[in-house]
Design a protein around this ligand. Structure first.
Ligand code: GLC
Length: 568
C-alpha cells in the first residue's frame, strides 16, 4: 500500500535546512535546525571506497551524497577520519587537525563539505576527547621523561609494590594501567593500551582540545559527536573500585565503575565545550551511556547549557520488540525535559536488524522500528545500512577478527566487526563497495538487501524509510507536534498522536507477531468524531481507516492524518 501513498508523499516539498541559513536560526516553535534534522552515522572505512583499496574514504562519501539527500538525511556524523594508527579504527587519534591519508586529504574534506552544503547536508565530526593515540606527539613527548613538557597532559602514577596503582580495569580488558619502562611509572588508559587518557584536570589539555573544536568549526563543521564523555575524569585519590561477584568476558573480576567514570567534573567540561560550540551555532551530540532518566537529564545541563543531543542508549537497550517497554522509554526521555534523541544502532552494538529480528518477520520489524523512531518527537540518528536492513556479519573464527576486543574476549566477545561491514550498494561483487578485497567481508544477505535492488522493490525496507523520511520532513505535526500516548494499557500495539495546533498525526505500531485490532476515541485530544486519512502503512490490502476498528497485520505500521469537524 505504501506504493500508492509514496507519490503523495514525494510530491510534497521537503523542508530542508538551507546551507545559507544561520545555524542559530529557530522556527516558529523556537526549534533549531538539528531538532528537525535526521542524522546519519557513517563509518568511513565501510561506506564507499572511491580508490578501490578495500577501505572507504572521503571521496567515496562525496560520491554518495545524492543518495543520502534522496534518502532524507540532513546531517552526517562521520566516525573519526583523522590520522590514526587505527588500533581502534580511528578512535586512537594521532593528529586532531588533519585527515588520515587512507581517507584522503583536508582538500578532500573541504570538497566533501562544500558538496554536502550544496545539498543542505551538514557535517558532524567525531571528537575523541578522553584519550589520544599513544603515537600522538603529545603522548610521545609525555612518555619521554618525567620532566617532559607534556608529562602532565596524561595520567601518570607510581605503582604499588610492583603492581599497578589500583584495581581499575580497562573496559577493553585487563588492567587500566600500563607500566612505561622508560620513566618507570604507569599511565592510565580506560580503553586500549594504545589509547592513553588525557589529564582533563590540566588547563592546557582543556584549552588545546577546545581549540581543536574551534578550528573545525571555522572550517565549517556543524558540530561534534563527543566520544566517551563519561570517562574524562578519575578519582584523584585513585580509590579502588568495588569488586563484584563473577568475571567479565575478558576473564577479569566484575567491578563497579565507581571511581573511574561519570565524575561530576565531566559537566564542567561539557559546559565549556558548549560555550565554544555556541560561538559557531554548533551542535554537540554526546555518547552518554546513561543508567536512568535522572542521569540523562544531567547531560542536557541544568540550564540547557551542556549537550543539546545526549544519545540515549536506554532506548537502544530495550531488548525486544515490546509496546510497554518502548512506551516506558519514550515517557522517560520526555520526562527528562530535554530534546529527545533516538538511536537504534551504532558501530559498537549489534545491528538492530539482528537484535530485534525474529528470523521470520525481519524486514517487517525493521520497518516497524523505523515507523517508531522516525515519528517520535525528537531527533533520530540513523546508522548506515539500517535503511536497507543490513545484518551483522560476525567473524566465524578468532583468526578473522579485526577489532582487538574480539581477540581478547574470544569467543564470548567477538568484537564489533559484525556491525561495521561495508555498505551494500548493489548485488555485484562485494556489494559494490569496492573492487578490491574489502577490509571486512559483506554478509550473504547483500544479494537481496542492497540499495540498487531495494530501489526497484516497492515494498523494500529502503522504500519504507524513504517514504517515512519524506513524510517526516514535510509534516508539521511530525516535526513540531507534542507526543500524546494513546491506549496506554495495550500490551501489543504502541500508539500515539503527534499533535500540532489543530493538526495531528496518529501512529499505530503493532509490536507483536500476531494480527491485532486497535480502536481510538480521540475526543479527549480535541478530535471528536475523528476521521483518518492514511499517510503511510505497511498493510498489504486496503488501508484501514475506521478508527473504532483498526486491523493491523503482524508488526504492521499505520500512520494517518487525523481531522474532525470540530477540530480545535
Ligand atoms: C567510543 C566509541 C568506540 C571506541 C571507544 C574508545 O565508545 O564509540 O568505538 O572504541 O569510544 O574511543
Amino acid at each position: 500500500m505504501f506504493r500508492q501513498l509514496a507519490l503523495l508523499v514525494l510530491a510534497s516539498s521537503f523542508v530542508t535546512v538551507s546551507p545559507a541559513a544561520p545555524a542559530q536560526a529557530v522556527d516558529a516553535e523556537g526549534h533549531r535546525w538539528w531538532q528537525h534534522a535526521v542524522f546519519y552515522e557513517l563509518y568511513p572505512r565501510s561506506f564507499a571506497d572511491s580508490n578501490n583499496d578495500g577501505i572507504g574514504d572521503l571521496n567515496g562519501i562525496t560520491s554518495k551524497l545524492d543518495y543520502l539527500k534522496q534518502l532524507g538525511v540532513d546531517a552526517i556524523w562521520i566516525t573519526p577520519c583523522f590520522p590514526s594508527p587505527q588500533v581502534d579504527f580511528g578512535y586512537d587519534v594521532s593528529d586532531y587537525q588533519n585527515i588520515d591519508p587512507m581517507y584522503g586529504t583536508l582538500k578532500d574534506f573541504d570538497h566533501m563539505q562544500s558538496e554536502a552544503n550544496q545539498r543542505g547536508i551538514k557535517i558532524i565530526l567525531d571528537f575523541v576527547i578522553n584519550h589520544t593515540s599513544d603515537k600522538h606527539p603529545w603522548f610521545m613527548d609525555s612518555r619521554s621523561s618525567r620532566k617532559a613538557t607534556h608529562r602532565d597532559w596524561y595520567v601518570w602514577r607510581d605503582g604499588k609494590g610492583g603492581q599497578p596503582p589500583n584495581n581499575w580495569e580497562s573496559t577493553f580488558g585487563h588492567s587500566a594501567w600500563e607500566l612505561d619502562p622508560k620513566t618507570k611509572q604507569y599511565y592510565y588508559h580506560y580503553f586500549y593500551i594504545q589509547q592513553p587518557d588525557l589529564n582533563w584536570h590540566n588547563p592546557k589539555v582543556q584549552s588545546a582540545m577546545f581549540g581543536v573544536t574551534r578550528w573545525w568549526y571555522k572550517r565549517g563543521v556543524a558540530g561534534f559527536r563527543l566520544d566517551a564523555v563519561d570517562t574524562l575524569f578519575e578519582d584523584p585519590d585513585l580509590r579502588d573500585n568495588p569488586v563484584l561477584p563473577g568475571k567479565n568476558k575478558y576473564g577479569d573480576p566484575n567491578m563497579e565503575d565507581k571511581y573511574d567514570k561519570k565524575l561530576p567534573e565531566v559537566h564542567d567540561v561539557l559546559r565549556e565545550l558548549r560555550k565554544v560550540a555556541d560561538e559557531s551555532g554548533a551542535v554537540l551530540i554526546g555518547e552518554a551511556y546513561t543508567n536512568d532518566f535522572d542521569e540523562l537529564k544531567q547531560y542536557y545541563g541544568e540550564h540547557n547549557n551542556e549537550l543539546q543531543m545526549p544519545m540515549d542508549f536506554m532506548f537502544m537497550k530495550v531488548n525486544k520488540v515490546s509496546a510497554p517497554e518502548f512506551r516506558k522509554q519514550i515517557e522517560g526521555v520526555n520526562s527528562s525535559g530535554g530534546w529527545p534523541v533516538y538511536v537504534l544502532g551504532n558501530h559498537d552494538n549489534v545491528r538492530s536488524y539482528v537484535r530485534y529480528g525474529d528470523g521470520q518477520h525481519d524486514d517487517a520489524i525493521a520497518k516497524l522500528l523505523a515507523g517508531l523512531y522516525l515519528t517520535l518527537r525528537g531527533t533520530p540518528i540513523m546508522y548506515y545500512g539500517e535503511e536497507i536492513g543490513m545484518t551483522n556479519n560476525d567473524p566465524k573464527r578468532k583468526e578473522e577478527v579485526k577489532d582487538p576486543i574480539g581477540i581478547t574476549g574470544w569467543p564470548e566477545e567477538k568484537g564489533r566487526d559484525g556491525e561495521r561491514t561495508p555498505m551494500q550498494w548493489n548485488e555485484s561483487l562485494n556489494a559494490g563497495f569496492t573492487t578490491a578485497k574489502p577490509w571486512l567481508p559483506v554478509p550473504d544477505s547483500y544479494k537481496t538487501h542492497n540499495v540498487a535492488t531495494e530501489l526497484q522493490e516497492p515494498d523494500s525496507v529502503l522504500q519504507f524509510y524513504k517514504h517515512l523520511l519524506a513524510l517526516r520532513h514535510q509534516n508539521q505535526a511530525l516535526l513540531d507536534g507534542e507526543y500524546i500516548a494513546l491506549n496506554n494499557d495495550d500490551p501489543n500495539v504502541l500508539s500515539y498522536l503527534r499533535k500540532y495546533k489543530g493538526q495531528a498525526v496518529l501512529v499505530v505500531l503493532n509490536m507483536s507477531g500476531q494480527a491485532q485490532k486497535a480502536s481510538f476515541d480521540l475526543g479527549a485530544q480535541g478530535f471528536p468524531a475523528a476521521s483518518a486519512k492514511t499517510l503511510l502503512t505497511t498493510a498489504s490490502s486496503e488501508a484501514p481507516t475506521d478508527l473504532s476498528q483498526l486491523s493491523l497485520e503482524p508488526f504492521g505500521v499505520y500512520i494517518a492524518e487525523i481531522s474532525s469537524a470540530a477540530k480545535q
